[in-house]
Design a protein around this ligand. Sequence first.
Ligand code: GLN
Ligand code: ZN
Length: 762
Amino acid sequence: MAKSSVLGYPRIGGNREWKKALEGFWAGKLTEEAFENELRDIRIGHWRKQQEQGIDIIPVGDFSHYDQVLDTATMFGIVPARFGYGGGPVRPSLYYGIARGTKEAAASEMTKWFNTNYHYIVPEFDGAQPSLTENKPLLAYREAKEALGIEGRPVLIGPLTFVKLSKGYKTSEIDAWIDRLLPLYIQVLAELAQEGVAWVQIDEPVLVTHVNEEDIVRLNRIYGELASAVPSLSIMLQTYFESVEYYGDIVALPVAGIGLDFVHGLEGNLAAIRQHGFPADKVLGAGIIDGRGIWKAQLREKLALVGELEEIVASDRLIVQTSCSLLHVPVTVQSETKLPAELRNALAFADEKLVELVVLTKAVNGGVLSVEQELGVSERDIETLHRSDARNRTTVRAAVDAISVREPNRSKPFAERHAEQQAKWQLPVFPTTTIGSFPQTAEVRKARQSWRKGEWNNKQYESFIHDQIDVWIGLQEEIGLDVLVHGEFERTDMVEFFGEKLAGFAFTQFGWVQSYGSRCVKPPIIYGDVAFEEAMTVEETRYAQAKTSRPVKGMLTGPITIMNWSFVREDISREQIAYQLAYALRQEVEALESAGIGMIQVDEPAVREGLPLKQKDQAQYLDWAVKAFRMTTCTAQPTTQIHTHMCYCEFHDMIDSIEAMDADVISIETSRSHGELIHSFEENTYGLGIGLGVYDIHSPRVPSVDEMTGMIDRALRVLDPKLFWINPDCGLKTRGLEETVASLRNMVEATRISRDKYAVNV
Ligand code: GLN
Ligand code: ZN
């Protein structure tokens, strides 16, 4: 008989009770004891749900007080040297210190967990003296067993993945670090075996990316040692998010089971298993139910897939499981009472996926009539949504098809546009500008809430927004900026704002997922064809432009960013969705132009987030992402200056794609990446307008004039001064008013000095 298994369950709780507990504890509103009790209740509640649904294999140790990578590091006593840790248990104050920083020591870096929107804390190895501080999976196992009689399956992050995701050591030291950690892993596993645990799940998601032949040697060593040190314990070596590299070597590793993703790595994993088969002595964990997507599964297709696997792997060696941890989806559709029925019925969040797993497993095991009915129900619900008007906007479809076969080129090449734009705008050398938003003070947030709740009417709200714009147009002129913005006071979020105004989007009430620590996001759902309905940004932009003789940039979020920060439908490709968004946003570009706006910024901070894990797929993604941006902007007049903005530092390996977007001006982050980006311009020239962020907006600190002239000098060693702009790193909405004004004044002063200094050369 096949079994069902979950690889991890969301920790935040249906009402974000986990987040509230963490924040209550940080604020000193909960004692440590009350906090631990609260978290224990949440944890047990999650196990109970899985038990009640009838999941055969329930994970334990997947829960966390913040982040599972930080848990692993602190379990092994790996704490950055600056925290002055001297061994022993890592208390909550230290644990949260590493995650969030303390007065004395900066927080550890945080980075994206593979290609998800989850961010983990990067362990720092330098100076660490690893030792086992507490056996966390063992404690979790005991707790589940005592509370509910569950024989849980402890989950750990595997040694190779853990070491590869960490920093603070040289590449040549990787084996030495594995050697230091292996005895600790062995100790954890030995204690689990002693307790009577039969199986553990060891996650090695790096196996779908970043591996080479040396890693295969390492894996053999790691799993060979673990298996021989703790022979009574069976290891499920778990991968996810893509198909594995080196399939033949991986399935031959000395472990009892291999977990593969048959959703996001379907093609590669299926091809590999068809071609090479699967070892008869191992268990296959088949990731069949999408752990990352929000849609109901096509259960009948899934059943057929399992059927195919059963020809290769005997049913009693088959586990039907989620493709990855359910951490990446919201908790339950049950709470969503306001969604259109056709959409709601087609959704499956974590709890609904538990049901799907159980139904599918029953069906695999020779299901009964009721299973047949359930298969039919999900099929019907998916069909209904497919046939809905929202998914079949024929005019949009036809228009997008028509424009996507054309080359999305501006009517003139950059050199000509640049000359015409210079003649029109007469901007000084090193024009100064900002990225779009100004401080969203408590007053601004309160006003928006009053309006949303209906306490303020449209008129009141509009006049409040206008007042804010007035203040900031005045301030920007007085500070001496050259290209102004209206300040984005009407927007809470740069994706939500557009999603609410475009057709094809829906917003959940409780569809939160953890982004990092206690921070949760509620991504919009793109469930239908996206369509432009009416102008979205023209009113505020035109208002601002009327108040000044300097140019005001219109401010849009780009198609790729909107897509990458949303949950998207799966019946059409992401490329198609991007083009639909591009077509809708192009209509907004045109509306702004008709309203007399001559500079339009299309922000694309999230381009990199959609980058496929496998290098071989990346070029194709970048091609259509660039195309979508160009589709958005290509109809603009040559004199209309198209700006774009990107933040986050890792753009150095995609400069060519950025240039191919053909934006007249890009503003890009550099201050946090410590010049890495500037360095990459030494190898690749950049031939369009570019503004490198001269100060980091993520800190309340007011940067000095000297610091900024230093950044400018450095950038001008590699960039053409004729095309150079000066701006902060990113939008200023999270900053306070005073520090923002002070920083911008310094930026303008730094610009004045630089203009004098470089005038002869420009
Ligand atoms: N225009 C946006 C702002 O200034 C850009 C935000 C971003 O890059 N994340 O807030
Ligand atoms: Zn930014």
